[in-house]
Design a protein around this ligand. Structure first.
Ligand code: FMN
Length: 369
């Protein structure tokens, strides 16, 4: 996918999510197939950029991601200044946040609150685009409220002012995260403008990504909450979009374990051990939601204080779980077939062991049912 002068490896984006899509998570998702990985929003007030939180958000880290810095603000000059500083820091593109419904942002008339004021938006786009040499993109919602769905008007303004691509979350500001995302407005926006459009909202599988792309005609998809605890969703979507069958069914338990260990390791090295352990807890919590017996794992993980313990616990959970899965498999085989089938089973079991992995996903769910 091409945005301005930037060529991305594919059209699947990780959503910017404050407190989640930090540099280690972005790097991991990029390794697993995300072609675009915009950063969490930072304030357009560059006086705040020295805080620990903003520094972490702005830090260039990892080798797989193209750094896209997202800025939230309300004042065109401030936003332009922030964009110029972000460019100096090495941003390959600047994304303007016009989608965030958070009170903190809206009270100051930033994020999606700006959708109420198209003229101000036009000034923001103009100032930022004329100030930087890198592509400027924007992330919007479909409008302010279902009654004021002015996404098309905003999209046309964006294109006119030189914005290079637009991400559209299929909800209005008033919808916050309620209800289901709608894709009709995204389709209308795509039909109304010539710059690339990335569709966002409730995309949680390869099938859904394909359906949304087909329905909207959008150039790309963006995945947010569904990537929490399952960053391999990007490889699933990539396979689905390239016509290959998804590998979800064959995801090995040890593959998942190694991803989590890699993620935890990178969090420790990015944040340092103490903060890294704290940040890791929420990711472990999300990972465990997708694993059977994950509650026990989650509860233990919340109590440990060191990186060593967190890693040990993760390994132990997966090793134990693998053993349990094998025992369960043997039990259900035994129940299903009598002595006559024994010989056949032994062969199957041997083959399973030789594969060296246990399956998760649909197959495991079936065997647990
Ligand atoms: C915890 C959280 C933090 C978010 N932070 C940002 C942000 O910093 N910038 C932004 O443009 N959108 C932000 N979003 C919105 C997401 O980028 C995305 O538009 C939204 O989650 C819908 O996509 P999804 O249904 O795939 O999650 C955030 C969403 C969540 C859940």
């Amino acid at each position: 996918m091409r945005i301005g002068n930037l060529q991305f490896s594919n059209n699947i984006a990780l959503a910017p999510m404050a407190g989640i899509s930090d540099p280690p998570f972005r790097e991991l998702c990029a390794r697993l197939g995300a072609g675009l990985t915009p950063g969490e929003m930072v304030s357009a007030d560059i006086g705040l950029w020295n805080s620990k939180k903003s520094k972490a958000r702005l830090r260039r880290w990892g080798s797989r991601t193209t750094q896209i810095i997202q800025i939230a603000g309300f004042d065109p000059l401030m936003l332009a200044e922030a964009a110029a500083r972000a460019e100096q820091l090495g941003a390959a593109a600047i994304d303007i946040n016009l989608g965030c419904p958070a009170k903190k942002v809206c009270r100051r008339l930033a994020g999606s609150a700006l959708l109420k004021d198209p003229r101000l938006i036009a000034r923001i786009f103009r100032r930022v685009v004329e100030r930087v040499g890198v592509p400027v993109t924007a992330k919007i919602r479909t409008g302010w409220s279902p009654e004021r769905r002015n996404g098309i008007e905003i999209a046309r303004i964006a294109e006119d002012q030189g914005v290079a691509a637009l991400t559209v979350h299929g909800r209005t500001r008033a919808c916050r995260f309620g209800g289901e995302a709608e894709y009709d407005t995204i389709r209308e926006i795509k039909n109304a403008i010539g710059i690339p459009v990335i569709a966002n909202g409730d995309i949680d599988s390869g099938e859904k990504a394909r359906a949304v792309l087909e329905f909207t005609g959008a150039d790309g998809v963006m995945i947010g909450r569904a990537a929490r605890g399952q960053p391999w969703i990007f490889s699933d979507i990539k396979s689905q979009l390239s016509g290959a069958s998804t590998n979800d069914e064959n995801l090995s338990l040890f593959f998942v374990r190694d991803i989590i260990l890699e993620h935890l390791d990178s969090l420790y090295s990015f944040y340092g051990e103490s903060t890294g352990v704290r940040v890791s807890r929420k990711h472990i919590s999300w990972y465990s939601q997708h694993q059977e017996g994950g509650r026990r794992f989650r509860e233990h993980a919340m109590t440990v204080e060191t990186a060593r313990e967190q890693l040990r616990l993760t390994r132990r959970y997966f090793d134990e779980f693998a053993r349990e899965a094998e025992a369960e498999r043997e039990r259900s085989r035994g129940e299903r077939s009598g002595e006559n089938g024994k010989q056949q089973e032994n062969t199957e079991e041997k083959e399973e062991k030789e594969k060296g992995c246990w399956q998760i996903g649909h197959e495991r769910k079936k065997s647990a049912a």
